[in-house]
Each structure stands twice: as structure tokens, then as C-alpha cells.
Design a protein around this ligand. Structure first.
Ligand code: GUN
Length: 292
């Protein structure tokens, strides 16, 4: 039986509507609109597209957004000075530094300069450290991992003892999603380029999260029948039949895996829209933290 589709676009729309309602209520009470500042350094085309869509989403829900752009040649001090000025700006409740930064910049120091109360990406070392520790609560959870968990728990709310396999150990997705799964009491295996017998490890997964950036790497025979498969990949592959000459595919071979899995996120329309919905939610939370 083909898998059920985990519809990220529909779930994200619901969340955006809830955010929009609360923003409108706050503004009607005389509170300022939540504000998000983005910092884009350099001219990475994919980052430009992502940042633009974040601003568009803010506009749709009534969140004010402020776009800051620095050239590829910006110094460490210039980037950190900008972050510190945004920390002090009362219109700005959330700060997002788009990653990756150009080589030569120290990402850890830039992220560490963000005030943790404005760290809507959840990448500040204190927020990540709290996420990794028992009994501690981060102020913000990274957006893509949070979106994965919302979709996953919409069909599998109880993750106690569930075998979860995460493909990829990036700071942005793999590692934080693994931490969230551990916090939800799943038994978690993190796989990466050195993992042995990858298909076999994946076949043991009740929940499989693919975040490696390799088009259609996960094949049908890697997946346990009935598993929940969350595909974080967004890869362009050439396709001359498409007007743009390419199409988007995930890290999962959808046609094969959807014959085996119980639930699967599509690409596009799965995790992607959830990332931005979580960012809007985090920005609203930051405004609440600032003003009550
Ligand atoms: N680059 C890719 N994904 C993300 C994200 O979620 N946040 C930031 N800041 N940069 C990214």
C-alpha cells in the first residue's frame, strides 16, 4: 500500500495563520509588531532565495522584517558589530544570520554574538548546549529540526522507545534533530559518511530522517515497511522537460520509498515550508519574551 503523505505545506499554512492571528491580536492591544532582522553576508544565490522567502513570509503574517546585507569581503568585526547593533535595536525581536557565512568568517563567534533572547534560529552555543542537556530548556529550537518534529509527531505523537535513524550530522539539521528525538525518548542512531552498512542500519528505523544533501540517496529497500520517513533534502537535478531545466528532489527516492513507508514527506511541500513557519513562530515567541 502506498505511503500516506505528510503535508508540510498544509501544516505550515495552519501555523502561519495562527501566528498571523496572534500578531494581529498583539498589535490591536497596542503592542509593537514582532520584528525579524536577517543578516546576509555575500551573494550565495541559494541563501538570497531563502532570505527573500523569509521576508515574504514575515510580511504575510504581519511580522516586520529588516534585511541587512554585507559584502563577501565584510570583516569579522563588521559582521559582529552589525549583530550587536541589532541586539540593541528594540524593533528587532529576532536575529537570523543566514548560513553558510563566506569562508574566513568565524561562524561560531558570529552566532555567539547574538543575544540568546533574539536567537530565533536557535544556533547560539547556549541554546544548542541547553538542547543537548537533560533538564535544561533552550529559549529557541532550530527551525528545520523543529519543523521535522511537528510533522513527525502529527502522526506519531509518542516516540518513547521508537528506533529513529538520522542521516547526516550537520549543525543546522542532523545534530539538533537527533537531540530533539532523544529528548522525546526515541532511541537514536546518527549516520554519516563513515557509517558502515548504511542500508541495513536504515532498515531498522521506525523513523528515518534524511538530511545529507544527496539526491535520492535513500532507496526503497533501505526502508522498514510502515516507517515514517522525513526528507529534509532539497536538491536540484537536471531535467530538460521542465521549464527551468531542473527539478527539486529530496534525499529520498520518493517513488520507491513511498511504496514501502507508512508516511513520507514530499519534496517540495514537506519539511521546506515548515522551516519558515517555525521561524515565524520563534519570532513571535521572541516578541513575547521581550514584552510579555
Ligand atoms: N542555512 C540553511 N538553513 C538555514 C537555517 O535554518 N538558518 C540559517 N540561519 N541559515 C540556514
Amino acid at each position: 500500500m502506498p505511503a500516506n503523505i505528510l503535508d508540510g505545506a498544509a501544516t505550515a499554512e495552519k501555523i502561519r495563520n495562527q501566528v498571523a492571528e496572534e500578531v494581529a491580536r498583539r498589535v490591536a492591544e497596542g503592542k509593537p509588531a514582532p520584528g525579524l532582522a536577517t543578516v546576509l553576508v555575500g551573494d550565495n544565490p541559494a541563501s538570497q532565495v531563502y532570505v527573500r522567502s523569509k521576508h515574504r513570509a514575515c510580511q504575510q503574517v504581519g511580522i516586520q522584517s529588516f534585511a541587512y546585507e554585507l559584502p563577501e569581503t565584510a570583516s569579522q568585526k563588521e559582521v559582529e558589530d552589525l549583530v550587536r547593533s541589532l541586539n540593541a535595536d528594540p524593533r528587532v525581536h529576532g536575529i537570523l544570520v543566514q548560513l553558510p557565512l563566506p569562508s574566513g568568517l568565524d561562524e561560531e563567534r558570529v552566532l555567539g554574538a547574538i543575544s540568546i533572547e533574539k536567537d530565533v534560529d536557535g544556533f547560539h552555543p547556549v541554546n544548542i548546549g541547553r538542547l543537548a542537556q537533560k533538564g535544561r530548556e533552550p529559549l529557541f529550537v532550530p527551525c528545520t529540526p523543529a519543523g521535522c518534529m511537528v510533522l513527525l509527531q502529527s502522526v506519531l505523537p509518542d516516540l518513547n522507545g521508537v528506533n529513529a535513524v538520522v542521516l547526516g550530522r550537520s549543525n543546522i539539521v542532523g545534530m539538533p534533530v537527533a537531540l530533539l528525538l532523544v529528548r522525546a525518548n526515541a532511541t537514536v542512531t546518527i549516520c554519516h559518511s563513515r557509517t558502515r552498512n548504511l542500508p541495513e542500519v536504515c532498515r531498522n528505523a521506525d523513523v528515518l530522517v534524511a538530511a545529507v544533501g544527496k539526491p535520492e540517496m535513500v532507496r526503497g529497500d533501505w526502508v522498514k515497511p510502515g516507517a515514517v520517513v522525513i526528507d529534509v533534502g532539497i536538491n536540484r537535478i537536471e531535467d530538460p522537460t521542465r521549464p527551468r531545466g531542473y527539478r527539486l528532489v529530496g534525499d529520498v527516492a520518493f517513488d520507491e520509498v513511498s511504496q514501502v513507508a507508512g508516511w513520507i514527506t514530499p519534496v517540495p511541500g514537506g519539511v521546506g515550508p515548515m522551516t519558515i513557519a517555525m521561524l515565524l513562530q520563534n519570532t513571535l515567541r521572541a516578541a513575547r519574551l521581550a514584552r510579555g
